[in-house]
Design a protein. Structure first.
Ligand SMILES: NC(=O)c1ccc[n+]([C@@H]2O[C@H](COP(=O)([O-])OP(=O)(O)OC[C@H]3O[C@@H](n4cnc5c(N)ncnc54)[C@H](OP(=O)(O)O)[C@@H]3O)[C@@H](O)[C@H]2O)c1
Length: 279
């Protein structure tokens, strides 16, 4: 029987909780940006890792560095998460290797800037597959073992975008709203099983994200936070079983308290302005 207790936005785990050990973490999108920093934090704590991304060579280099620096064991899996078969393949690979995943970090994701009707449908479909479908599938595969072992941690990297519709990034914002809704619902379902689920909602972060999304000239990225600071905030929130985590107190207040009070049209104007490119 679980002794996890929910108070407000946090879960407090009992003294003999089995999720207090570091254990192994699987991190998607670990070849750079926030994912790499999350992997580094876990390795620094002495936890073994399974790293997933398309760039296998980058992952191999990261494996070498982390193993040397922290004395942990790192497995790398090259996989394209826009392929619906990838989550099953990843799960099978970790099962065959006998790696038990106690911490699942669904971080891989990307955006894409422009008017919806002018964007390639294929790019939107790949975005939905990576940001939502792979996250749901991996969660489904790994949560069963966590439940059976009496506990686990899941961190889903969402975004402040989850809290508003995003003209010129319509599909990206919608995928993050999905991540937030899904994460909180299953967090509630998983309470009796000692499995915590945290949605991390950063604002702009200095990674390859803006370049990939064709957003390098977008003003918000001028005040981007470091990937390291965002990862630290997310990892800490995951460890304390927080439901939703913001890395910026002002952003938290504005997004959760002010935005819902504004008329929808004002929110849409504000959101579209956030996506405007500078000359
Ligand atoms: N940067 C921001 O401003 C910001 C703000 C809020 C939320 N976020 C979220 O933070 C998460 C991490 O993004 P980031 O900022 O660290 O961006 P990033 O530097 O572009 O890193 C994205 C990671 O996802 C992986 N990835 C992308 N497409 C993939 C695919 N099809 N299959 C497998 N892996 C894939 C990339 O690896 P490969 O290219 O090697 O596959 C890379 O490791 C994303 O979910 C993003 O939505 C970012």
């Amino acid at each position: 029987m679980s002794d996890a207790v929910y108070i407000g936005n946090r879960i407090y785990l009992g003294k003999d909780s089995s999720v207090s050990d570091v254990g192994s973490a699987l991190v998607t999108g670990a070849s750079g940006g926030i994912g790499l920093e999350l992997a580094r934090i876990h390795a620094k704590r002495g936890g073994d890792l399974v790293l997933v991304a398309r760039s296998k060579n980058k992952l191999r280099q990261i494996k070498e560095n982390l193993e040397q620096e922290y004395g942990v064991s790192v497995m790398v899996i090259g996989a394209d998460l826009s392929d619906s078969k990838s989550p099953q393949k990843i799960f099978t690979a970790t099962e065959i290797a006998g790696v038990q995943i106690d911490t699942l970090i669904n971080n891989a994701g990307f955006g894409g800037h422009d008017l919806f009707h002018e964007r390639e449908l294929k790019a939107e479909q790949a975005m939905m597959a990576v940001n939502m479908v792979s996250l749901v599938s991996l969660t489904h595969f790994y949560v069963a073992g966590m439940i059976a072992r009496g506990g686990g941690r899941i961190l889903n990297v969402s975004s402040v975008a989850a809290y508003m519709p995003g003209p010129k990034q319509s599909v990206y914002f919608a995928t993050k709203a999905f991540v937030n809704s899904f994460s909180q619902a299953i967090a509630f379902e998983l309470r009796p099983h000692n499995v915590t689920v945290t949605a991390l909602c950063p604002g702009a972060v200095a990674t390859q994200f803006a370049k990939t999304a064709n957003m390098e000239n977008v003003a918000v990225f001028k005040q981007a936070r470091s990937a390291e600071s965002v990862a630290q905030c997310g990892y800490r929130a995951m460890q304390s079983g927080q439901l939703v985590a913001f890395n910026d107190a002002k952003l938290n207040f504005f997004t959760r308290i002010v935005l819902p009070l504004l008329p929808r049209k004002t929110v849409l104007k504000f959101s579209q302005r956030l996506m405007d490119k500078q000359a």
